[in-house]
Design a protein around this ligand. Structure first.
Ligand code: GLC
Length: 605
């Protein structure tokens, strides 16, 4: 049956169009190897097989997909399965909740079989094809995908492509002396070699997992471990690794997954004498994957997890439209700038990032967010703020410094680098009571109000929609008591979520405001993805102002990052304005803003 399908005109046409792109990229990476041609054939075979095996309902979905992730109606939600719902089956029962919140894109953090004990929140994968038995089975995942699709929700999962767990079958084989599998990993023979590499590398977890190599007795050398010692980096210089991970990617696509978060993409290629991040080969591999995915599962998107400086992040969309890489990328610059702006009472950091983000190529789409399961890394703002300001932001959010309202914690203290910040958004904005209109509540809604108005997909981190606070216990398998990121990975509080219809409660107020943002956004053509945010000059540094869309359909977003009332200028045409969020109207150019207020303005004559 597969052979017959393989001959299908659609697949053949896509193969003809996109295989040459993949081939060109892979030749750049592997062309000097005598076995390059054989590997290319092997990869082509894998792609044809998965293309042929793609279930009919997913082929129909591919055809109808269009550019679904660019729709102004798409709001995302990101969560751990166990923390949000318990397991995959029970998660089905939570889809109506997500729908009510306006969610059309659900990103579930790693749910594949991970190593026992510490596993970096599931990011140490032992089997890319098996679901963690505590969460369910592959059949449960497929059912969830189907149910999500029926509800109008696309499903996005992590592809942890940079490393495997040290108990993955490949790692076990390597440890038992199998030379073929040893070459799936990077093993350095001695300390001088390790030190030669280390000189140019930085640590991702300097406190909790210092160094980039781990000595392994059975491997007789130092295994490359960028993250935790139990996460072994894959050796992409070996085409067998690329081929295996292509199969892993396409297997997920054929299970009904609509998008893949390419975890730790900047680290895929190592080159001595460099920091081993963002190397050209990492980009060629991603461009090859994009082309292969377009052949086998054209409705599925790639999302870059590249928490780097903006200039490096935009390159994950691909430098030219003929060789695109990821469809989506985290806008971590804007996210970090939002928090910096809040602590400094100054909108200019966000304004700088909006200006810089205009270098994004038109075929790429941002993923905008306020918080996620990881820490806020201040060094992403190095080109825009000086070290003193970044240190100020960092200590502000751990509750130090004058006027701090925040109750976060500092993470990863190393000399010369501002410690990053942990904590749920509610903790960082200083929520301390259930008051729906407190300054803290306004701060939370300010950040989400800006995030929803930027160009791209806004993604809610689980619990923010009810102003959920930090995790009180570091319970759960795979958690590491010393890794402070577990603060922002609480269990969902469904009793609190039950208050969502009651606008007199904080949870209800925030939930209703976020759904309002989503509704208003969906109704305004100015929020279409092609209209990049254009920052406007604001006389008052506390006020951020930017415009989306053009002409009479344009929307101006103004956001007051200070705790005092301010006046801002209406920048669109006409004699008056209407705030789509509060429904306030005004004449002339002056617009009043309460402390931490955000407004989305249109012309109102
Ligand atoms: C990504 C994840 C993070 C994880 C790391 C290693 O950055 O977001 O949680 O620790 O990759 O897989």
């Amino acid at each position: 049956m597969h052979a017959a399908l393989e001959g299908e005109p659609d697949i053949r046409a896509r193969m003809e169009r996109f295989w040459p792109i993949a081939e060109a990229c892979l030749e750049r990476v592997y062309g000097s190897r005598p076995d390059c041609e054989a590997w290319l054939q092997c990869i082509a075979r894998v792609v044809r097989e998965f293309a042929a095996a793609r279930p009919a309902e997913l082929r129909a979905r591919d055809q109808a997909a269009g550019q679904w992730w660019r729709g102004r109606n798409v709001v995302g939600y990101s969560a751990y399965v166990d923390r949000f719902a318990g397991d995959l089956t029970r998660l089905q029962g939570r889809l109506p909740y997500l729908k009510e919140l306006g969610v059309a894109y659900l990103h579930l953090l790693p749910l594949f079989k991970a190593r026992e004990g510490e596993n970096d929140g599931g990011f140490a994968v032992s089997d890319f094809g098996a679901v963690d038995p505590r969460l369910g089975t592959v059949a449960d995942l497929q059912t969830l995908a189907r149910k999500a699709h029926d509800t109008g929700i696309s499903l996005v999962l992590d592809l942890v492509c940079n490393h495997t767990s040290d108990d993955h079958a490949w790692a076990l084989a390597a440890r038992s002396g199998d030379e073929e599998y040893r070459d799936y990993y990077l093993v350095l023979p001695d300390l001088p070699t390790v030190n030669a590499y280390e000189q140019c590398l930085t640590d991702v977890f300097p406190d909790v997992a210092p160094g980039n190599f781990t000595y392994s007795e059975p491997m007789g050398g130092w295994v490359w471990t960028t993250f935790y010692p139990f996460q072994w980096d894959l050796n992409y210089a070996n085409p067998a690794v690329f081929c295996e991970m292509t199969a892993a990617m396409l297997r997920l696509a054929n299970m009904g997954v609509d998008g893949l978060r390419m975890d730790s993409a900047p680290f895929l290629w190592k080159r001595r004498g460099t920091d081993c991040r963002n190397q050209p080969e990492a980009h060629w591999l991603l461009a090859a994957w994009r082309a292969l995915l377009t052949i086998a599962a054209p409705g599925v998107v790639l999302k870059a997890e590249a928490i780097e400086r903006l200039e490096d992040v935009t390159s994950y969309f691909g430098d030219n439209s003929a060789e695109p890489e990821c469809h989506l990328a985290y806008n971590n610059g804007a996210m970090t700038a939002l928090w910096a702006a809040l602590s400094l009472g100054d909108g200019r950091p966000v304004q700088s990032l909006i200006e810089a983000a205009r270098s994004k190529p038109p075929w790429g789409t941002w993923l905008n967010y306020v918080r996620c399961h990881d820490d806020i890394i201040w060094s992403a703002l190095t080109p825009y703020l000086d070290l003193e300001d970044l240190n100020r932001c960092s200590s502000f959010f751990s509750g130090h410094g004058s006027g701090s309202f925040a109750a976060g914690t500092a993470f990863q203290a190393v000399a010369g680098v501002p410690p990053s910040t942990n904590g749920m958004a509610a903790a960082l904005v200083g929520v301390s009571d259930d008051e729906p209109d407190s300054a803290a509540a306004r701060r939370l809604l300010l950040l989400y109000g800006v995030s929803y108005a930027l160009d791209g997909v806004p993604v809610i981190w689980m619990g923010d929609e009810i102003a959920l606070g930090d995790s009180t216990a570091r319970e759960g398998d795979g958690s590491a008591p010393h890794d402070g990121r577990w603060s922002q990975r609480p269990f969902m509080d469904w009793r609190r979520a039950d208050l969502r219809a009651d606008g007199e409660t904080l949870a209800g107020h925030v939930f209703q405001q976020l759904t309002l943002y989503g509704r208003v956004r969906a109704a305004q053509p100015a929020f279409d993805a092609q209209f990049a945010a254009r920052s406007m000059r604001s006389i008052d540094p506390a006020v951020l102002s930017f415009v989306r869309g053009e002409g009479s359909a344009a929307v101006q977003c103004i956001a007051n990052f200070s705790d005092r009332a301010r006046t801002a200028g209406f920048a669109l045409g006409g004699n008056g304005w209407l705030d789509l969020l509060s429904e306030d109207v005004g004449r002339g150019r002056d617009v009043d803003l309460g402390p931490y207020q955000v407004r989305w303005l249109v012309t109102h004559s």
